[in-house]
Design a protein around this ligand. Structure first.
Ligand code: SF4
Length: 326
């Protein structure tokens, strides 16, 4: 768990809109508002969890922060430097500090490269190590992620899904980044393997002083790994709190709905749990509802909710929510 107050990343009013193309012609009037004005801070050494339904914009937000996507507007401060508008050349120094672990290690690892080549690629690009030093480093990295030196000669298809994710993690930590975007890193893995990978990420965080943005739709795993959690709905963050506060005292009706969808194994607890399943589908990010964007699905919506967008407020210590009920 992280006790630092130092801010590693701060984003302000970040927007990422995608143009819509019909027959390859851009429709200038219609855009997909995948991220629509998000502000948040990520502290050094913490794991910030980002949750929400599929299509809420959480992966786009992560990829915008790491500048895998060019953003539409807003600011991204990394260690105090605004990197929002830097070109690819100027971003090189920051790409080294920000790495990504992808959901599907099979498609993110080049199938024609063996493990040695895969891990050597970022080392050769971003460090001045000699070939001999890089080989030693690769062997050490493989041990750190629970693989063997002999695995260096093998290709991705020769490994299981969990092992491939370990290769992806070794590659991500190889150049000693400060920050790692974990973009649904366990969603494609067997349930039996998920906890092993999460435990390894926690160990590496402690050893290497890493900061994580952990994007996931599995709320129970996010709770386990995160210090704080942001809940995202239709391109906006609607609630941010410390992990335990969010799970024990959720405030936003959407968060309550998400949590009530987690299966509860204890029958006593199941009886006590307030069931608030969210009705209907998430609206289109091309046509976002007016006012509170959750009003079309919220059981507490009033006339005010339909026309006035709620501001984010700190309701309890470090517990922020955007809802007119508070
Ligand atoms: Fe529901 Fe209104 Fe709160 Fe939105 S602002 S979550 S519609 S009560």
């Amino acid at each position: 768990m992280n006790n630092s107050d130092e801010i590693l990343i701060e984003i302000k009013d970040l927007k990422k809109y995608f143009p819509i193309k019909n027959n390859f012609i851009e429709n200038k009037k219609k855009v997909v508002k995948a991220v629509d004005g998000v502000s948040l801070q990520i502290r050094k050494g913490e794991t910030f969890g980002l949750v929400g339904e599929s299509g809420c914009g959480k992966s786009t937000l992560g990829r915008s922060i790491t500048r895998l996507y060019d953003i539409t507007s807003g600011d991204i401060f990394f260690q105090g430097d605004n990197i929002a508008k830097l070109n690819k050349k100027d971003m090189k120094a920051y790409y080294r500090k920000m790495q990504i672990i992808f959901q599907d290690p099979y498609s993110s690892l080049n199938p024609n490269m063996n493990v040695e080549e895969l891990i050597d690629e970022p080392l050769a690009l971003y460090t001045n190590l000699t070939k001999k030093e890089r080989i030693e480093k690769i062997q050490h990295l493989l041990e750190m992620v629970g693989l063997k030196k002999d695995d260096m000669e093998k290709f991705p298809y020769e490994f299981s899904g969990g092992q491939r994710q370990r290769i992806g993690i070794a590659r991500a930590i190889s150049i000693e980044p400060e920050f790692i975007l974990c973009d649904e890193p366990i969603s494609a893995l067997d349930v039996s393997i998920q906890a092993q990978v999460v435990n390894m990420l926690e160990d590496l965080q402690e050893k290497l002083g890493l900061t994580y943005l952990f994007v996931a739709h599995d709320l129970s795993m996010v709770r386990h790994i995160s210090d704080r959690i942001g809940v995202m709905y239709l391109g906006k963050i609607v609630e941010i709190a410390k992990s335990n506060d969010l799970y024990n005292k959720p405030l936003h009706p959407y968060t309550k709905g998400l949590l009530s969808a987690i299966p509860v194994t204890d029958p006593k607890k199941a009886r006590e749990t307030q069931i608030e399943i969210i009705k209907g589908d998430i609206p289109s990010p091309i046509d976002i509802p007016t006012g509170c964007r959750f009003h079309t699905r919220c059981p507490y919506a009033t006339e005010k909710c339909k026309s006035i967008e709620p501001e984010m407020k700190e309701v309890n210590s470090e517990h922020f929510v955007a809802c007119h009920l508070y």
